[in-house]
Ligand binder design. Sequence first.
Ligand code: ADP
Ligand code: MG
Length: 693
Amino acid sequence: MRPEVLFSLFKPVTSLTGIGPRTGKLIERLVGPNLVNLFWHLPSGVIDRRYAPSVADARPGVIATMTLEVGKHKKPPNKRLPYKVYCSDGTGTLVLVFFHAHEDYLKKALPEGKTRVISGKVEVFGKEIQITHPDHIGTVDELDELRKVEPVYPLTAGLTLKMLGKAVAAALEEVPALDEWADPAFVGRQGWRPWLEALLEAHAPDGEEALDPSMPARARLAYDELFANQLALALVRRNMRRLRGRVISGDGRLRNKVVAVLPFQLTASQETALGEIAADMADEARMLRLLHGDVGSGKTVVALLAMLNAIESGGQAVMMAPTEILARQHLATIEPLANAAGVTAALLTGREKGKSRKAILVGLESGDTKIVIGTHALFQDDVAYNNLALAVIDEQHRFGVHQRLSLAGKGRAVDVMVMTATPIPRTLMLTAYGDMDVSRLLDKPAGHLPVDTRVLPIERIGEVTTALARSVAGGARAFWVCPLVAESEALDVAPAEDRHAALKARFGDRVSLVHGRMKEREKDAAMAAFVGGDIDILVATTVIEVGVDVPEASVMVVEHAERFGLAQLHQLRGRIGRGDKPATCLLLYAQPLTETARARLKILRQTDDGFQIAEEDLRLRGAGELLGSRQSGLPEFHLADLSVHSDLLAAARDHATLVLERDPELESKCGQAIRTLLYLFERDAAVRNLRSG
Ligand code: ADP
Ligand code: MG
């Protein structure tokens, strides 16, 4: 249960005075529902109101806070002209300008003959020095309050800085002081102050420099977030480990049969990974291993051999893919190989219904079906396994950590292997998987040819189409990728449909289309036609990004490549160059290119190494964006920026390990403080892994 000291922080933002349901909704959409979410919304800028010149000295274009005597009000002759109030300070006259003014209000706020403090941007208009719509009008008493640096927060449409600033300030009033959870010696060495002070300081930057994520206040908050993340992962993992696994150690009879029919030799990396996996499975503790390999590195066959190991010792194995297309594709790869060893494989997705679903469930329950491949339909309540021993999760960055764990509950002590092709930099890997065991497929299978990547302005699309026609005439198959344009799927699909129509006009029926809004059946049909060679050009949105395997495809055109992330482009490009033909990737961009977009495209032209690309991506974009909403399985940090704070991550991880060694159930005084930290960052699930959680 959440500790009482935190209760006030988990109140809805609408509980703040002055925040009604409408503003509350906007705030909720921007930061989250509770007061605590406002804490993590740090200023992105400042407005410096400390400049206090006399009117004669005031520099145009600069925000100034001036003490002035209010003079005449001048009402405009018609509504299109502004209302003016003349003020002075003895050195000159400053005109306050208001459009669509409410006279009553202005008369009250700016009474003639009184002294007022005015803050806003100074402008020169003709001969007049003026401030249009001052940001603040106050009395002399309020001067100190106004002459300061104001934080500027990221906003959303409909929410003003004033409203949000007020909400944050009010939320901060509710903050309790909390016991220190970090290692005091470490905090001392870093020159950090306690959490509460750091939080308040981060929300009260005294200048632009204070916004730097490496400044002590921000670094401290980032560390706390990372520490909570690392503790949570360590706790979950420890619990998985505590659960006894079982000894799975096949005799190799099925694996040998499959290896004998493979048309290639396993790479050294594949052999190593298989050795590590076999050792884990043979161990009493439960396996929790990540198989990390770049696109095309050959993870599927490693997974199949691991599954056969489970089957050799009498168990069953499942493989879960994030999409139906992928599940089908895995089945297509795996089934013939499994059959060669006399093993039956089945498919279970949301689409298997009625009788056919029933038949699959019977096979799984009886144990006749040894391998089942599917989507999360595999883990619905009524799916029962005879003897599930191994679960393989493919491309798991699409799944949440929770799914990953819930799946392990389907059998007795199921070993879990997660496969990912997302080239995650080491630093991020640590945040997403903690110290999960990792096998890496570093060498690419023999025969893999680097893709010839070219970057062209979109104006040259005519040439591209001509070149495409030549390739297709020579027997090549091509992906033509259109970008997502907006959040709305309807809008996203339109450009792909247009491109499809345009290419159809030129290439006729040998062009097809696949996008996320199509029915699964239609998607499959389009994919199948492409795989089977009935069509030459497949226009697609990023639905093909993950894992789609068509070795015959050797050309890829990416339209508006500047709109894609680096990792995404790398994933896309990984769809080609899988066969024996040299492959070409044409990245078409529209001007103007931002510096970052230019750098991204350059990296892609230079390297094919997913890890190098991932590191560059992190450097260029910062982790926040890299872990954007599309990759929902990876944690999103509010305060930590891994392109800056990776040292803190390492420290957080070390400290988390140490703490759990010394105080495994977090029962000491410091342990209690750490529990509070976990709740503060909403890692409640992790606390439940404690004996008295
Ligand atoms: P990914 O790691 O992206 O899932 P896949 O498992 O789909 O990669 O493998 C990519 C291609 O490489 C497949 O066509 C597969 O048959 C082939 N492949 C896998 N291992 C080897 C190997 N050792 N030698 C040659 N080709 C291989
Ligand atoms: Mg794959």
